[in-house]
Write a protein that binds this ligand. Structure first.
Ligand SMILES: Cc1cc2nc3c(=O)[nH]c(=O)nc-3n(C[C@H](O)[C@H](O)[C@H](O)COP(=O)(O)OP(=O)(O)OC[C@H]3O[C@@H](n4cnc5c(N)ncnc54)[C@H](O)[C@@H]3O)c2cc1C
Length: 460
């Protein structure tokens, strides 16, 4: 490997950090006590600066790791001492919200929540939503094709991107900031960068499409004792509430109990607690009709014996509390000295069996003390946080195998939404054929023949 003189580059970029100064930073928001190892960090302020950086790195064979909001859960932003970090945090402008065309244009370093709020000020709505929306940057969200709490109704990030501006590993700027809903003029190249985890280019700007902002929001937490009843409830709610049903999330009893335990500041609204806890969101237009329809759907569920207890949330503050119970996985993290995260996709009808099988096997493993399942049940996407006593490599591998094997057997996915990064790369073959992996490698070679941008993520 060559050793380019990085000072030459950093000197041209005021505000950059040297290797030593970079140690005040970190590679993940949950690992702030682990100093960042790298040759330096630069903070481009515009697309041209990103292009200049990439051109220099390409010419000097300098490896680059792109840092967004650092909320990914697959080791995507980990670095080595010989790598340069390019952080998009200074490119954080929301350029415009265009209410006639119903679009928002933003730089890649803008925080997702800021972009959502800018749209809402104009009565428009970007329905991407997940726990890390206050830290994740739109460039990171696009590069991971993030999902979240409303995917079953609105789709993943890909569904909302109309245009992208990207800097290729050799510094070429690809500007495709179209604002069109329909454009079949050849291969839709922007799709390649969505979910590519930054291995093909640095996203610098985005145009998202928007929809009209819902006027009302209502939420409920329900509990049911049996998986069949849970699926019946989902189908009935979807039929009776239609497009207004925008969230249908699931938590297993032990996960819910841990988050609402006395040592946390969350309180359960339920008198009775059964095996499954469902979180429902209804977005609509007429408050009294929406709450009535939600309550009617629950009453039907009670009459059928599907639902055992329910709590309703109407005010903004009570709904925020309700959804924090679902989103605040940091409580589960804090409960485990070491942990592993999973983000699997399984056909919906098989979730109960497979999760039971996995939990049983994990709990019989020395070193594992708890398994917390929860997730986006309507999408067949389940998250597991496995609490363990140590970070020993052998235990980590045993846990991975216990989780991934049954997923592969039902043609599921080892990553529903978090991506592959560095951590899941050894298991990619369980979800993708060798032919597919070879095509990914060919695309990487085409865009980045020197393998300098986010090397080692997804593929080698
Ligand atoms: C509490 C919590 C809840 C979460 N819930 C969900 C969820 O429900 N659904 C979901 O999908 N994810 C979820 N995530 C994961 C994470 O928030 C998403 O993957 C998010 O999109 C990452 O954005 P980021 O800006 O933090 O990216 P980072 O973590 O900084 O980077 C992610 C990857 O993208 C690359 N990258 C970042 N910016 C750019 C850019 N501008 N151009 C090219 N490459 C870039 C990085 O190099 C890295 O490989 C959650 C995370 C947390 C901590």
């Amino acid at each position: 490997m060559s050793h380019p003189n990085i000072e030459e580059l950093l000197a041209k970029l005021p505000g950059s950090l040297t290797a030593h100064e970079s140690q005040s930073r970190f590679s993940h928001i949950w690992k702030t006590d682990e100093p960042l190892q790298c040759k330096g960090v630069c903070f481009p302020k515009n697309t041209q600066e990103v292009s200049n950086i990439m051109k220099w790195c390409h010419n000097n064979q300098q490896e680059v790791v792109v840092h967004g909001g650092l909320t990914n859960l697959v080791g995507g932003t980990k670095t080595h001492a010989h790598q340069l970090v390019v952080s998009l945090e200074k490119m954080n402008r929301v350029d415009s919200v265009d209410s006639d065309n119903r679009i928002v244009t933003a730089q890649a370093g803008a925080i997702l929540e800021t972009v959502m709020q800018a749209a809402e000020k104009q009565d428009l709505f970007l329905p991407l939503s997940f726990g890390a929306r206050g830290s994740a940057q739109v460039g990171g969200v696009i590069s991971t094709n993030a999902g979240g709490l409303r995917v079953f109704r609105y789709g993943m990030t890909r569904n909302w991107v109309l245009g992208l501006e990207v800097v290729l590993p050799n510094g070429t700027i690809i500007e495709n900031l179209k604002t069109l809903r329909k454009d079949n003029s050849g291969i839709d190249l922007k799709q390649l960068f969505i979910g590519a985890e930054g291995i093909l280019g640095v996203v610098t700007k985005v145009v998202f499409r928007l929809i009209e902002k819902p006027q009302t929001r209502h939420s409920a937490i329900l509990t049911t004792n049996n998986y069949k009843n849970l699926l019946q409830t989902l189908r009935y709610f979807d039929q009776s509430l239609g497009a207004r049903l925008t969230g249908f999330e699931l938590m297993w009893e032990n996960t819910f109990k841990t988050i609402t335990a006395k040592n946390t500041h969350y309180q359960s609204p339920l008198q009775k607690l059964e095996k499954y806890i469902i979180f429902v969101e209804v977005l609509g237009k007429e408050s009294s009709r929406d709450i009535q329809d939600l309550q009617d759907a629950c009453t039907y569920g009670f009459d059928q014996g599907w639902i055992v207890d329910a709590g309703f949330f109407d005010t903004k503050s009570s709904q925020d509390e309700c959804w924090k119970i679902r989103e605040d996985v940091a409580v589960l993290e804090a409960n485990s000295p070491h942990n592993q995260h999973f983000d699997i996709s399984i056909p919906i009808d098989q979730i109960e069996n497979i999760v039971n099988k996995i939990v049983q096997k994990l709990k019989s493993l020395d070193g594992v003390f708890e398994v917390y399942p929860f997730g986006h049940i309507a999408d067949g996407n389940i998250h597991l946080i496995v609490g363990k006593q140590t970070d020993h490599k052998q235990l980590t591998q045993q846990i991975n195998e216990i989780v991934y094997q049954p997923v592969a057997e039902v043609n599921g996915s080892i990553s529903a939404e978090h991506g592959i990064g560095l951590d899941k790369k050894p298991y990619l073959f369980l979800s993708r054929t060798q032919d597919e992996i070879n095509i990914m490698k060919g695309i990487k070679q085409l865009f980045d023949p020197k393998n300098i941008l986010n090397p080692g993520r997804i593929i080698d």
